[in-house]
Design a binder for this molecule. Structure first.
Ligand SMILES: Nc1ncnc2c1ncn2[C@@H]1O[C@H](COP(=O)(O)OP(=O)(O)OP(=O)(O)O)[C@@H](O)[C@H]1O
Ligand SMILES: [Mg+2]
Length: 419
């Protein structure tokens, strides 16, 4: 009872005050965001809770114990590694139980030579996470001592809280690492896109201006000497260079997409899809593609960006189904999770689903350039347009059977409990 009345005695603080202190320590541990902080809290708490002359924080490092941190009246083994089988912290981890040793020189589990230079005469070692220990907490006294069972319980409670704190630190640092990796990936993609936009504007704009300029000059200066067919063909060249110029501008705009606000308006995706197919049919007069476009697909969005997205998705469907026996492309919509999903579906070359996510990265291609031409920027562009509208895009495919690219243009309503 003497222990309870005085707050600190030679055998440590009273159980009541130690319990109170433990509650504070657990709160502190729950806020710790690094292993260093956890160790700092625990080594101090272990000493204060038990009134010990020293405390160590030992981590399991494969087949070794690593004395990672300590708080003691004179140095112990901070920074040292010992085989698990050659030290008492290893014994506690391997046997998943505490060791209470009133006199270390009478216990055969103790490597006496390692203790002789230290003040230690008695000790208590508890494993951190009993089910599968990841470390242990040691408390040491300069005199012979048996730890009271209540104090031992407190120490084990500290070790249990420590294991939760360590798991939290790992979870948080994993999450932080994933966010960092993801951000780095996104930044790399953005840099690639910006580089691409830069080279598009500088390398392609000048020849494009020549093509349209010289075609217009021929039409103006020599138009009367040309056949109607040639004039129409040149007219298409001029129109196509105009469209290409628009695409280039859209790409350049995309590079700055995150800064510029969307110009939202009512957009008729049905009409837009028809225009895209008309252009493809004009550019490939012999192609026999069976096209289905759903009616009245009206959305709220940025018209030039949605045109870029549809041009890419339909262009892909056209390209990757061009070798099918009877190509069929469907552009449609369907209700999904409380919102509407728009899709472009074809019965062409398809792809292996294992690489579905990769397709949206810049310059990622699954088909050889010799089989289907392309640079691999299209879907990265579409993904950015969709993301900018707050939507999601996903791809489904099967080699030889076709592909479907489906996107939403607003946040999906997700069922409770499903991330
Ligand atoms: N409809 C589709 N069917 C099968 N595979 C597709 C389809 N659409 C895209 N892919 C795959 O995704 C890759 C990336 O598509 P993306 O549009 O980004 O590039 P690309 O069409 O090859 O080149 P670019 O669009 O820059 O001209 C393609 O190379 C192809 O492997
Ligand atoms: Mg493409």
């Amino acid at each position: 009872m003497a222990e309870i009345s005085s707050s600190v005695t030679r055998s440590g603080p009273s159980i009541a005050s130690a319990s109170e202190h433990l509650v504070e320590v657990v709160q502190e541990l729950s806020l710790a965001r690094s292993l260093e902080r956890v160790m700092q809290i625990v080594r101090t708490a272990a000493r204060q809770l038990t009134g010990a002359d020293g405390a160590t924080f030992v981590l399991r490092d494969g087949p070794h114990c690593f004395y990672a941190d300590e708080d003691a009246i004179s140095p112990l083994w901070k920074g040292s590694r010992f085989p698990l089988g050659a030290c008492i912290s290893g014994w506690a981890m391997l046997n998943r139980q505490h060791a209470v040793i009133p006199d270390i020189y009478k216990d055969p589990r103790i490597p006496h030579d390692a203790y002789r230079p230290t003040f230690v005469k008695s000790l208590v070692m508890v494993p951190i996470r009993k089910s599968a220990p990841i470390g242990s907490i040691g408390t040491y006294w300069a005199h012979e001592r048996v730890m009271p069972p209540e104090q031992l319980k407190l120490l084990q409670a500290l070790a249990d809280s420590t294991s939760i704190a360590m798991e939290n630190v790992e979870l948080v640092s994993n999450l932080e690492r994933r966010v960092r990796d993801r951000t780095a990936q996104l930044e790399a993609v953005n840099r690639e896109l910006e580089k691409f936009s830069y080279s598009v504007s500088h390398d392609l704009r000048a020849p494009l201006r020549s093509i349209s300029g010289f075609s217009e000059a021929v039409l103006e200066d020599d138009g009367e000497n040309l056949s109607d067919g040639s004039k129409a063909a040149l007219g298409r060249v001029v129109a196509a260079t105009g469209r290409m110029g628009e695409l280039i501008d859209a790409l350049l705009g995309l590079a700055k997409l995150s800064q510029s606000p969307l110009a939202l308006e009512r957009v008729d995706l049905t009409a837009l899809a028809r225009e895209v197919f008309e252009a493809l049919e004009q550019a490939n007069p012999g192609a026999k593609v069976d096209v289905t476009i759903h009616d009245s697909m009206l959305v709220e969005g940025d018209a030039p960006l949605l045109r870029v997205a549809l041009t890419n998705l339909i262009g892909n469907a056209w390209k990757f189904s061009s070798k099918a026996a009877s190509p069929h492309i469907e552009v449609g919509s369907r209700p999904v999770d409380g919102t509407v999903e728009y899709f472009v579906k074809d019965n062409g070359a398809g792809f292996d689903m294992r690489y579905a996510e990769r397709l949206f990265g810049a310059f990622q291609r699954l088909h050889a350039h010799t089989a289907f031409e392309g640079t691999g920027i299209g879907l990265a562009t579409v993904a950015r347009v969709v993301a900018r509208h707050g939507g999601r895009i996903r791809a489904e495919g099967k080699p030889g059977e076709g592909a479907t690219f489906a996107f939403t243009l607003g946040p999906t309503v997700v069922a409770t409990g499903v991330a």
